[in-house]
Ligand binder design. Structure first.
Ligand code: SAM
Length: 469
């Protein structure tokens, strides 16, 4: 078979994957008598039945295939020169981030939400946000070009389903009058908070990646290990967490807290009950210590299903402070029966790595619970260099009884090679679904978020203890 025939057959296979996936979506929506949501809709609600059906495993699998196949199809057909030029100019994608952040910080989504489907003229948006009408129109038009917002008439803009997802659910008047309080809310602003966080902290840190990876000599560890891109971008020697706790960073602190709530919601804690460790095998009265628990949203799911288990939540004071209220709202019976503890809440010590952070329990200090049945660590280890992870685990080991077990949950980043039988490939793919050929086995850009998150942790978070002292 000639190369042209092989390539064309790949194109047809990709096109066929797209067509089959559209058929799957069509039949699933038809069987439930629901319309697939339109991009042109000017509102978005995650509880809308049409949006909820998108999370059905059959539909979400078909969507994943379409996203992966369309990107791969474009890569197959475009000229390598055009693809190469686009890759080398991918910084232009940063304009999307910059424009989106501008629109969010200027509360354009809420202005357009109030205006309704007829939209609002750039002149009026500029008057409300005290900006330049010409510039606002250009910023919004770039976003429209990437399917965020719609231009319903020349210089008249309206929300579409994507822009509406960023709605902070507050009136523009309130948002403009009290800008510092834009993220004090019910939590429906968490996607806006996450996006603003990514478009500022991660965006600026990413720009410093090259400047922090090059070693000046084989023994020089200052660039690759000691200084994170975040430190360079924000001209600070503090860790990201310590920087957030500076008095002048109250807004980024609140925004990050809300953003993390949004991330937790994307990865619901009840997943902890599916597969893996059998929580039901623990005898009544067993004690689970959730180390770095946040507000305890994960252990809450365990306690809800197995109400006879005792829970100890441990975290920094800033996290643990709101945890009791969260449990009182969601599982008051566990508090009333004294089955849940929020460790050290009334005796905050000084954090060992920064004088400003008051801590309730620092996992770099000896573990106070000596009779735990389970130490649970979810999404903790990825934030730290290996030697720091060893320290965290050693404190748990020293406090453990012979029967204590460790449940450690974190993401594994898969490779992008189709299984060649090597140890790495089998570790990557044996336990997870592989995309059908000719798609990349890791679903390409349809699952690229894993790789973004992996790099973000290295850019911003992977905390070197030493320069925090
Ligand atoms: C990614 S969150 C994971 C939260 C929770 N385990 C979950 O799965 O949703 C990491 C947590 O580690 C906490 N943390 C960071 N440094 C800590 C320290 N030195 N001692 C205790 N907790 C810490 C953070 O406050 C945060 O709540």
């Amino acid at each position: 078979m000639s190369t042209t025939t092989t390539t064309l057959s790949t194109l047809r296979e990709l096109a066929s994957l797209i067509t089959t996936s559209i058929d799957t979506i069509e039949s699933t929506y038809a069987s439930r008598d629901v319309e697939f949501p339109s991009l042109a809709a000017h509102t978005f609600s995650p509880t809308d039945p049409a949006e909820k059906l998108r999370q059905d495993p059959v539909v979400s699998g078909a969507i994943q295939t379409i996203v992966a196949a369309t990107a791969q199809l474009s890569a197959e057909v475009a000229s390598p020169i055009v693809s190469g030029m686009q890759a080398s100019q991918s910084y232009t994608k940063h304009f999307i981030s910059a424009c989106l952040n501008t629109a969010l910080e200027l509360n354009v989504v809420e202005l357009l939400s109030e205006a309704g489907p007829g939209g609002m003229h750039a002149r009026e948006i500029a008057a409300a946000s005290k900006t330049d009408p010409g510039l606002i129109a250009r910023v919004l038009r770039l976003l429209v070009t990437h399917h965020i917002f719609r231009e319903v008439d020349t210089n008249v803009f309206a929300n579409n389903r994507i822009s509406a997802a960023f709605d902070k659910a507050k009136s523009p008047k309130e948002l403009f009058e009290k800008p510092a309080e834009r993220f004090d809310g019910s939590g429906s602003e968490s996607l806006a908070a996450l996006t603003e966080h990514m478009c500022t902290i991660n965006f600026r840190s990413a720009a410093e990646l090259t400047n922090t990876v090059i070693r000046t000599s084989p023994t020089d560890s200052s660039h690759s290990e000691r200084i994170l891109p975040f430190n360079k971008a924000f001209d600070t020697k503090l860790s990201f967490y310590a920087w957030l706790h500076q008095p002048e960073n109250v807004l980024p602190f609140k925004r990050f807290a809300l953003a993390m709530k949004g991330v937790s919601e994307m990865k619901p804690g009840d997943g902890i009950l599916e597969g893996g460790f059998d929580w039901g095998s623990l005898p009544a009265g067993s004690q689970i210590v959730d180390v770095g628990s946040g507000n305890g949203q994960v252990s809450l799911h365990i306690a809800r299903k197995y109400p006879e288990l005792r829970i100890v939540n441990q975290d920094l004071a800033s996290q643990i402070a709101g945890a009791e209220q969260y449990w009182r709202q969601n599982l008051p019976s566990h508090i009333d029966q004294d089955l849940v503890e929020f460790q050290g809440k009334f005796s905050p010590a000084r954090c060992s790595y920064h004088p400003i952070i008051m801590i309730a329990h620092d996992f770099f200090t000896p573990q106070p619970v000596k009779d735990a049945d389970i130490f649970l660590l979810r999404y903790i280890t990825h934030n730290w260099q290996d030697d720091k992870v060893v320290q965290i685990l050693q404190h748990l080991r020293h406090a453990a009884k012979p029967e204590t077990r460790l449940v450690l949950i974190d993401d594994v980043v898969p490779g992008a090679a189709r299984n060649t039988g090597s140890e790495l490939d089998s570790a990557n793919f044996n336990t997870r679904p592989v995309a059908p050929a000719p798609l990349l086995p890791n679903w390409g850009i349809a699952k690229a978020q894993t790789y973004y998150t992996d790099l973000i942790v290295r850019l911003v978070l992977q905390i070197m203890y030493l320069h925090l002292l």
